[in-house]
Design a protein around this ligand. Sequence first.
Ligand code: PLP
Length: 442
Amino acid sequence: MSKKVHEIRKLLMEHHDWFKNSIPLIASENITSPAVDEACCCDFSHRYAEGWSGQRVYAGCKYIDQVEDICMDLAKEYFNCIHADVRPVSGVVANLVMYNAFTSDNNGKMCCMSIVRGGHISHGPRFAKSGREIFGTAGTTRGLNIEYLAFDNDEMNLDIDASAKIIREFEPDLVLFGGSVFLFPHPVKELGDVAKEVGASVGYDAAHVAGLIGSGFFQDPLREGADAMTMSTHKTLPGPQHGALVSNREDLIETLRSCAFPALLSNHHLHNVAGLAITLTEMLEFGQKYHKNVIENAKALGAALHERGLKVLMEHKGFTESHQIVVDITDYEKTIGLGGDIEKLLEEANIIINRNLLPYDIAEGRHYQNPGGLRLGTSEVTRLGMGKSEMTDIAEFFENLIIDKKDPKKVKDEVADFRKDFQEIKYCFQTPSKAYEYLKFF
Ligand SMILES: *Cc1c(COP(=O)(O)O)cnc(C)c1O
């Protein structure tokens, strides 16, 4: 075997070994089940199937079409809607489909969450107000002019009255809800009505919260007025890395389809469509229990960290209604450092989290590289079978490292020991054959 191949395989093994012994708390990540992994490794990954199922540009698609049809049907069932496009290859690509469908390509305008308050770079303008070039996707690829909705830092949510005023004045083509720091449901109903007043479409980016929504928690954007909802399929929805777009607007289906293909896609990563189909069967079966526990664990982790003296935002609202919590670590600036430093410290102890801007960071002179906050998510630890008592154990590791300044090497051994009991993936069919049975097709 070539030396390089050997080296790559060794790195993959080391990565797996590391993650098996870690506590994974990145809010945008999750883990796929054995049945999903099996589907994602199938021959579909070698094939092409451009276009809509049944109208492909390639031969050899008869089984691919059937799997994609099943996947679309499962997505329609899970999200209770009449249109599901499972071709976008990621959440960002699904957003591009939405921009194509709902905004003008000539000075189009969009209102959305500000990036520094938890919006996503794919919603961003090409240039910041200051004139600084920032290459946000919406501005760079579609030339959209962006006006941010108003945000209430104390409630960690959109400010309805101030945002309504902005929408009325700016008169956008599209008002987009959703974000990457996302603790509480957005006021889609209230501001969606204002959007419609000025003739704007309403979009909802459910990249983070798609699983919570599909399982019936959080909020229900398609019934609150969203014309389309985009998502990543690998965050709270524990599927392969892919994207999707769903809608209940019969009159828009043709446009939405064409805005994906031919407008944006050629091949659409067919193996991941197969994996997504399996994921959706799992979530239709286990999602209600899983996502209820994800949210309960997030609240429990927030409370346990708070009890140990860490400043978790939004105590007065029970910390969160989603899979995420946000911690302000600015008290430790003098002793350890800010978000970037604490992220590194935790990583040394095999606790994987990400640093995050707090909504008031920019105003207080901190920036993205070393912000004042941490964002923690409970999707993956819940899928590994952890519950409330493990959230207390995790909070203790944080206390040991950040407050007691215990040696991260020692904590790392304790983390590996703790993780020994959580090596199986839960809320899924325990053998791949059962998953295939459920699909009936295999
Ligand atoms: C993660 C995220 C995306 C990007 O999704 P990908 O699947 O990584 O392309 C889009 N929007 C929001 C709000 C996100 O958090």
